[in-house]
Ligand binder design. Structure first.
Ligand code: AHR
Length: 511
């Protein structure tokens, strides 16, 4: 048995929980849009062709904001192809994913879907093959009330009221050689500055996200952010981060420690943004939009389920791409990623798990068939539900473990929030011990603890192992089960099973 003490203090507040931390991502990739959120003819489809089963799961999951339409896809996309009468929309080759895009689904459909799902739209523009002119045109189309060419086109296409999109990504992963329209940091920084300026001249109230590094191992990481922000600091409000992690060759300990890299990555990007701020003697703060994060088993480009390698496969409509099946270990790791995001919630104020349905996603769906929750759905759903009010600084004293890739890490990983309105403290906690249970004590300084109002755990189910997953045939093999927890001597106590993620909520008053 390992032991851990998590100490929080009512006065030690990181900042308010940013609701946009519980974002997701819908890309025109694989089966995320087509047969994911949109499938006219599906038994659950509504009058727009939106799958009601997927909408229900999206709402239940507590998603707050959804980035759209890509991803690598957006760097070759013409948004105009996706508006107007559907029968007149062009079919195009999408080079990013070697797919035929029918354009049956576009901006209007996404805005209508987002309304039904109760989520905010976060729109990415193409700065791979396009530029300033198209950037300002789409803002005029989406946000201007009317009386101009683009805004009147929107009205003629059925949306009298503006979509009023607040957050815009200035392109996607343009630091990556795989990206259509890949650029140097200077080329991109200047373009982001000019596109951002033109967009804010159309609507000064929008918030802009500059492209950051595609991951912390990019050769340009660090200098990319510095150069881009040196050009575009005054125009942008966020710098983006993307990161995907996986278990390599059975090295479970490194995988379980991968939130160390997330912490390092976030803190490095924040430091770089603040260095540019200092150099410019600016009072403006640029925050982080961690707009792609997840577990992704990247098996190389030449496998059957990644048929986008030119010359290796037919051009197809919505092929199955990267439909990873997630297990118990993945869910625990996703729980630690959410903890990392929350612990940095004063500076990471937007985050999007990639993606929402089918493509490396918490929700899976089958064409003409069911939709179900993957294991990673649960930590996201409960954290989105219960992380309310303020984030408290957590001090964890725990046994440690060594990992070859990401150094030493605490066996127990946590984040804590305090909702003064409801009088509740919520604790999100992972036990990364593969063999040992962990006795956890949460010391609640400045609070008087009352009843435990929620205690649930996700762990290896009876008869299963750490690779157990939810499948179409066994949709609820892994889920949340009740956990024993109590308040003793003013502290919250529980025992976490090996390899588990848990949520605890307790009534509190101020001591
Ligand atoms: O989410 C899948 C892909 O990962 C996105 O299209 C791209 O931005 C990233 O490399």
């Amino acid at each position: 048995m390992s032991t851990a003490t998590i100490t929080v203090d009512r006065e030690f507040i990181v900042g308010p929980v940013p609701r946009r931390l519980f974002g997701s991502f819908v890309e025109h990739m694989g089966r995320c849009v087509y047969t994911g959120i949109y499938e006219p003819g599906h038994p659950s489809a509504d009058e727009h062709g939106f799958r009601r089963d997927v909408l229900d799961l999206t709402r239940e999951m507590g998603v707050s904001i959804v980035r759209y339409p890509g991803g690598n896809f957006v760097s070759g996309y013409r948004w105009e192809d996706g508006v107007g009468p559907v029968e007149q929309r062009p079919r195009r080759l999408d080079g990013a994913w070697h797919t035929v895009e029918t354009n049956a689904f576009g901006l209007h459909e996404f805005a209508a879907w987002a309304k039904e799902a109760g989520v905010e739209v976060m729109e990415a523009i193409n700065l791979g093959t396009r530029g300033v002119e198209e950037a300002r045109a789409i803002v005029e189309y989406a946000n201007h009330p009317g009386g101009t060419e683009w805004s009147d086109k929107r009205r003629a296409n059925g949306a009298e009221e503006p979509f009023d999109i607040r957050v815009w990504n200035l392109g996607n992963e343009l630091d990556g050689p795989w990206q259509i329209g890949h650029k140097t940091a200077d080329e991109y920084g200047r373009l982001a500055q000019e596109a951002g300026k033109a967009m804010k001249l159309v609507d000064p109230t929008i918030e802009l996200v500059a492209v950051g590094s595609s991951n912390s191992h990019m050769p340009t990481f660090g200098s990319w952010e510095h150069t881009v922000l040196s050009h575009a600091y005054d125009e942008v409000d966020y710098i983006s981060m993307h990161a995907y992690y996986q278990e390599h060759d059975g090295d479970a300990l490194s995988f379980l420690a991968s939130a160390n890299d997330m912490d390092y990555f976030i803190e490095s990007v924040v430091a770089t943004a603040d260095a540019v701020k200092a150099k410019r003697q600016s009072s403006k703060v640029v925050n982080v939009s961690f707009d792609e994060w997840n577990v992704w088993y990247q098996r190389g480009l030449e496998t059957e389920d990644q048929p986008h390698v030119v010359g290796k496969a037919q051009w197809r409509e919505h092929p199955r791409l990267i439909e990873d099946q997630y297990n118990v270990t993945d869910a625990v790791v996703v729980g630690t990623f959410l903890n990392s995001l929350l612990r940095h919630g004063d500076r990471v104020t937007i985050a999007n798990q990639a993606q929402l349905v089918n493509v490396i996603a918490p929700i899976r769906s089958e064409e003409n068939g069911p939709a179900w929750r993957q294991t990673i759905y649960w930590p996201f759903a409960r954290t989105a539900e219960l992380a309310r009010g303020d984030i408290l600084r957590t001090v964890v004293r725990s046994d440690r473990f060594a990992s070859s890739q990401y150094g030493d890490a605490d066996v127990v990983d946590a984040s804590v929030t305090y909702d003064a309105d409801r009088g509740r403290v919520a604790v999100f906690v992972a036990n990364r011990g593969l063999e040992e249970a962990s006795d956890v004590t949460v010391a609640l300084r400045g609070f008087t603890a009352g009843q435990v109002t929620r205690a649930e755990v996700l762990t290896i189910p009876e008869g299963g192992d750490r690779f157990t997953a939810n499948t179409e045939a066994a949709q609820d093999a892994v889920g949340l089960t009740p956990l024993q927890a109590s308040v003793q001597d003013g502290a919250l106590r529980t025992t976490l099973p090996p390899l588990s993620w848990a949520v605890l909520e307790v009534e509190v008053t101020q001591a």
